[in-house]
Design a protein around this ligand. Structure first.
Ligand code: AMP
Ligand code: MG
Length: 486
């Protein structure tokens, strides 16, 4: 365990120099108050939550003080936003404070989101509002608990600093952790500005720091891209299997490490709706739930273009072709697990496709479907679920196929139930739950936020005191409109 002020820094990205980022100091927010912190994220830095001085953490996470070894930098990048290339983005309201090295030798970027103006703020104010900071905190820690790779959140600090969005709100800061904050858009920036030496430097930094096994390949850069494709395929498979909608899959929001990154108006599916668009500002539905798969592929193609100075088009194309089959394989495996199916059966893909076609438009809650099916008697669960269906004959057919499939695989029902409970969360970060916690926090009541975070940190465990969080969402709580404005 280390003391908060004794964290060890090794700022590798900062050392790449001024072509990659600009030194900027955080601008403090007024009357800061530490609202919530994540003990699990603290452990990544070897911090003991019981011994972290809250006053000190508040000052550090509100821009009032800084570790002596931190070197705050705003990173430059660009990217495709809603399909259109934007030549200059960058950290407009966040700063990479430095890289903390823990006792296991891992580097963790410390990033302060909402830290004030930078050279990349464009028309923005450099701030983050309380609601979006809380939403990112909850989502990062929840996705991690689900086993979905993601950036992490150390804490959220509120303030009395006013900021204007659609209404006057209060500024907050989020202390974020990730092994790296490099995005697809970093490579696009150096490619489209013709800075190929810097592009090489960036790739070499990644290879040396985050993709060391690729260095052993005959062509490390080609191996690097192949690995990014594979990680992205695995990530998107998890999003789709668990009904996570990111909402703003611009290439500047795509992590080069294949982790969930830059949360905006995200949502988890309540009802199953393949065309669901969680971002109220996404009028075309470009980033709908079902489009996340082709969009990830599109984003990887944009990255591939930016890597053409280093990797042959043939090799890039070959890796890109692996995306869909790899995604499908991972998705199928995850859905098998969610349905309690063991040993691949050639009919499994059709069984899953049929199920989703039936759920589309039905009154069934997507996460609760798996919960109920994982109850001790699947035949009884299916009889109950039948009442919620539109296509009764289709559902009966599916139920028969599913029960036959379970019979064929045999095995002990209690053991299947256990396997299903280990992969199907009882507790889901529903938008309305986040909204309730945010509204209370805005009124100064932090208890609902703390309770929600606690419940969601063990999404698979039975928590008898918190069954209300596992309930079907009320109809007003579905499809809340969340926009990009944060
Ligand atoms: P996002 O949609 O949050 O991924 O942001 C896209 C770009 O806009 C990034 O370069 C952000 O840094 C920048 N940005 C978003 N909000 C603000 C803000 N309030 N002030 C300055 N820059 C912002
Ligand atoms: Mg972003």
């Amino acid at each position: 365990m280390v003391a908060l002020d004794a964290l060890h820094f090794d700022n590798r990205f900062a050392r790449l120099g001024d072509d990659f980022s600009t030194a900027v100091l955080p601008q403090p927010i007024e009357q800061p108050q530490l609202l919530i912190s994540s003990p699990a994220a603290m452990a990544l830095l070897d911090l003991d939550p019981a011994h972290v001085d809250p006053q000190q953490l508040t000052r550090l996470s509100a821009g009032h003080s800084l570790w002596a070894a931190a070197e705050p930098r705003a990173m430059v990048y660009s990217g495709h936003q809603f399909g259109v290339y934007n030549p200059r983005l960058g950290d407009g309201r966040g700063l990479l404070l430095g890289e903390v090295v823990n006792s296991a030798g891992e580097h963790w970027d410390l990033h302060l989101k909402g830290a004030g103006l930078t050279p990349y703020s464009r028309m923005g104010d450099g701030r983050a509002v309380l609601r979006s900071s809380i939403r990112e905190f909850l989502a990062s820690e929840y996705l991690h608990a689900l086993g979905i790779p993601t950036s992490r959140a150390l804490c959220v600090t509120g303030s009395q600093t006013p900021v204007w969005r659609e209404r006057e709100e209060r500024a907050a800061m989020l202390m974020r952790l990730a092994p790296s904050h490099i995005r697809f858009g970093h490579f696009e920036y150096f490619y489209y500005t013709g800075q190929h030496a810097q592009l090489r430097q960036l790739g070499e930094h990644l290879l040396a720091s985050h993709f060391t096994p690729c260095l052993a390949a005959e062509q490390p850069w080609a191996a690097l891209f192949a690995e990014i494709v594979e990680r992205t395929a695995q990530l998107i498979a998890r999003w789709q299997a668990y009904g996570f909608c990111h909402g703003v899959m611009n290439t500047d929001n795509m992590s080069i490490l294949g982790i969930t990154f830059d949360f905006g108006p995200y949502a988890f599916l309540d009802d199953f709706d393949a065309g669901y668009v969680c971002n109220h500002s996404d009028h075309q539905g470009r980033y709908s739930y079902r489009n996340q798969v082709p969009i990830a592929h599109w984003n990887l193609s944009a990255l591939a273009q930016a890597l053409t100075p280093q990797v042959s088009v043939e090799q890039l194309r070959h890796s890109l072709e692996q995306f869909l089959p790899s995604y499908q394989q991972h998705y199928l495996e995850l859905m098998r697990q969610r349905l309690g199916l063991q040993h691949a059966d050639p009919g499994d893909q059709a069984l899953i496709d049929d199920l989703l076609a039936l759920l589309q438009g039905s009154a069934t809650d997507y996460p609760l479907f798996f919960q109920q099916l994982g109850a001790d008697n699947p035949a009884a669960a299916l009889r109950q679920l039948r009442d919620e269906q539109l296509d009764l004959a289709g559902f009966d057919r599916w139920s028969r196929d599913y029960l036959l499939r379970l019979d064929r695989q045999g095995g002990n029902p209690a053991e299947r139930q256990q396997r299903m409970q280990a992969v199907n969360p009882r507790y889901v970060l529903r938008n309305y739950l986040a909204q309730q916690a945010i509204s209370a926090a805005e009124q100064g009541d932090l208890a609902p936020l703390h309770e929600l975070h606690k419940v969601l940190s063990q999404p698979f465990a039975e928590q008898p005191a918190f069954t209300q969080y596992a309930a079907r969402p009320p109809s007003w709580g579905k499809h809340l409109e969340i926009s990009c404005s944060s």
